[in-house]
Design a protein around this ligand. Structure first.
Ligand code: LLP
Length: 418
């Protein structure tokens, strides 16, 4: 459920007409709904109910400070993968004691900063990372709380670029080798083993892979406990899918019920790292039709948003619904909705039945996750603004990038005196 609905024939975010937002802030423009965001976070939190838990929103999905701040106000934790994401969380008022740090390439300076601010846990992804973390913590006179991210070798059944839990993937530690790496972690003087972590992929639409991964992880926990190790939490990562088109992913409640059924009364706190399921359907990308171009083969709607603004269609053949903000009543035609970037792969959607005229505003739906956060400046295109709607109000929470900002930090070589 989201709060983007038609009112008086015009698509709205909560009670603001998206046409008004396009007029006020220009296009392309990302628009988020506070009520949707909060509703989705609460759905996870409430689904875990009385079971000790922490929802660590995956910052990579959408790291806008306003998004992070609203979630921090709800008491959210955060899953980060860089010191940049950590600083975003801190600046947005997030509690470092609720931060988990994932990622396979953590640098020493990133570990240092995370230790200094006192994060909740490092999700360590390799044996050499363990040694480095121990050294960094030792030099600071601190102990680092760690989980090992184990790779349970299950097929998430998702797009190969976003499946992470298979043996051939670069993530985590093979579950068979995990006990030996845990022994090493327990023996290192500046580490505290506190949990087990896994994340098997993103946009999962079935429960079975999550359940298979959990069974394997629980067997590992039992083996570690039998050796006397204290495992306090299970971090099951993110990955719950959303509906872009006709997918019917489990709800957070169904997902949580399946996890709780398997974990039973084991005294393990559950950590989850959802990103997409919280913010994906809480955002749209507004774009304006610049030209309608008809060739012998096709009709193109050339719009002012492009792959640099929303990369998912180009990179993963991600399907996003594209709807007119003010639908016309005439006949529809099939259009490829494409951007101005000089790449054949620059499209937002193909063969969409639309009735269009130049100047129409379209909304690309389900763009709240991995939309702005994956945007770039390709073709020297300034990145779009971000707007957060809260009931009847629209707040710009990030200004459109200026051309000066685009070129800031660049210099020419000195004159060669010719
Ligand atoms: N935790 C870890 C360790 C992750 O690597 C990810 C996502 C998440 C949590 C959050 O997963 P989510 O709940 O959002 O599925 N750019 C791609 C998705 C990449 C996901 C990367 N990792 C896309 O646009 O589909």
């Amino acid at each position: 459920m989201d709060h983007f609905v038609y009112r008086e024939g015009v698509l709205s975010a909560e009670s603001v007409f998206l046409e008004e937002i396009a007029a006020r802030f220009g296009t392309p423009c990302y628009v988020y709904s506070r009520a949707t965001l909060e509703r989705h976070w609460r759905a996870f939190d409430e689904a875990l109910g009385e079971h000790p838990h922490l929802i660590c929103y995956a910052v990579k999905a959408n790291g806008n400070l306003a998004v992070l701040n609203l979630l921090a106000r709800l008491g959210s934790g955060f899953d980060i993968v860089s010191v940049g994401e950590l600083e975003r969380v801190l600046r947005a008022g997030g509690d470092p004691a609720r931060v988990v740090f994932s990622g396979i390439g953590k640098q020493a300076h990133e570990m240092r900063r995370a230790l200094e601010v006192g994060i909740r846990c490092f999700n360590v992804e390799s044996a050499p990372e363990l040694e480095r973390l121990n050294d960094v913590a030792g030099a600071l006179g601190l102990r680092a709380p760690v989980s090992l991210r184990v790779n349970p070798d299950v097929d998430a059944g998702t797009h190969p670029y976003i499946a992470t839990g298979l043996k051939e993937n670069k993530f985590g530690i093979d579950i068979e080798s995990a006990p030996a790496v845990y022994r090493r972690a327990a023996a290192l003087p500046h580490l505290d083993v506190v949990g087990v972590d896994c994340h098997i992929g993103s946009q999962l639409t079935r429960l079975a892979p999550f359940q298979d991964a959990l069974d394997r992880v629980l067997a590992l926990v039992e083996a570690l406990q039998a050796e006397g190790m204290v495992i306090r939490h299970l971090d099951l990562g993110g990955g719950l899918g959303i509906r872009y088109r006709e997918e019917t992913p489990p709800s957070p409640a169904e997902y949580a019920a399946a996890l709780k059924a398997r974990i039973g009364d084991r005294p393990l706190e559950i950590l989850l790292e959802p990103g997409r399921a919280i913010v994906g359907n809480a955002g749209v990308l507004l774009t304006r039709v610049e030209y309608l171009k008809t060739t012998a083969h096709k009709r193109f709607a050339i719009v002012d948003a492009a792959m640099n603004d929303l990369l998912r269609p180009s990179l993963y053949q991600g399907w996003h619904e594209i709807v007119p903000v003010r639908p016309r009543t005439g006949e529809t035609s099939l259009y490829d909705v494409v951007g101005p970037v000089c790449e054949t792969g620059d499209f937002l959607g193909k063969e969409r039945a639309l009735d269009l005229a130049e100047g129409d505003i379209l909304a690309v739906r389900s763009a709240g996750a991995y939309g702005f956060s994956m945007s770039s400046n390709y073709n020297a295109r300034p990145r779009p603004p971000e707007v957060m709607v809260d009931g009847p109000q629209a707040y710009q929470v990030r200004a459109r990038e200026s051309l000066d900002q685009l070129m800031a930090g660049e210099t020419c070589l000195p004159d060669d005196g010719a």
